[in-house]
Design a protein around this ligand. Sequence first.
Ligand SMILES: Cc1cc2nc3c(=O)[nH]c(=O)nc-3n(C[C@H](O)[C@H](O)[C@H](O)COP(=O)(O)O)c2cc1C
Length: 335
Amino acid sequence: MISKSFKANEIANYRLSIAPMMDCTDRHFRVLMRQITKKSLLYTEMIVAQALHYSKNRSKLLDFDEIEHPIAIQLGGDNPKLLAEAAQMAEDWGYDEINLNVGCPSPKVKSGNFGACLMGKPQIVAKCIEAMKNSCKIPITVKHRLGIDNLDSDEYLMQFVDNCSIAGADRFIVHARKAWLNGLNPKENRTIPPLEYERVQKLKNKRPGLIIELNGGINTIKECIQTLKTFDGAMVGRAAYSHPYIWTKIDSMIYGQKEKYLSRSTIIKKIIPFAEKHLENDGRLWHISKHIINLIENIPNAKILRQELSEKCQNKKADISILKKIAQQLEDAGH
Ligand SMILES: Cc1cc2nc3c(=O)[nH]c(=O)nc-3n(C[C@H](O)[C@H](O)[C@H](O)COP(=O)(O)O)c2cc1C
């Protein structure tokens, strides 16, 4: 197969990435996650190309902090022109990669004709990828499912991936379950269709030259290491969001870094300058603390500390002293 894609040794290999998740992977969560892993690729929430086109405040949608690198923006859309424009904007803004969402099954996304329903329209996906490739120089990746509805055979999946590859897609992130576009809501579509890693493995075996990452149900660093024996990368979603602290050894165990990982209190202290800046810009402490709260688990008094953080930070006038106090309490308790 002749492909215009980057080959495995030509594109940065992040090995581990933190999945795009709406209402979760905003810039505050990414700054938190960056204290935990310097090396993994972080994704934005999905940003709809059309929304970017019409936005009067693009900074709000696109801004990120330098420390978030390497960072991929996830775009949603089915219009090659708008996606090309968005891709160019993303490159100008300094993103390292662009990912096209072909995996989200939500009714809202489906009614806009993008997300997972695009698995049924491989020609449109190819046009979108081609347009994005022509408008920028950074890698274009695709996150997709095993299939949708009755379009979910191994042959269909391979044809879909081949089409994307010929159009120029540089890497594939396969959420290893199909999606039912009718009858299941997005949450059910992340649990009810079974995970079928062996089907992604089959794809990798048949297309060894393509960069293929596995996503879905990876819950520990050990499982990532296992995944990396077969696949080019592992993408972690819910387990990273809900239990960020269990990932502190990523850089040493996966990337062979020698740096010592940080305690919970040190992580919070490192986030405090970002929180102060956010408050100066009229942001609320809860925007940041709602993510930090998940750091506080598996230690004595976790429930009490979480409750304190939650109650005090949700107050509109909450100031930085609350975070400082929690960090100190954690440090005093040796965490
Ligand atoms: C709250 C939530 C929001 C999500 N939003 C997106 C999204 O915007 N784009 C996307 O491609 N996937 C989205 N996903 C799917 C995840 O990226 C990931 O594919 C899925 O959760 C399976 O991985 P996991 O088992 O490691 O969580 C979302 C998942 C969750 C839980």
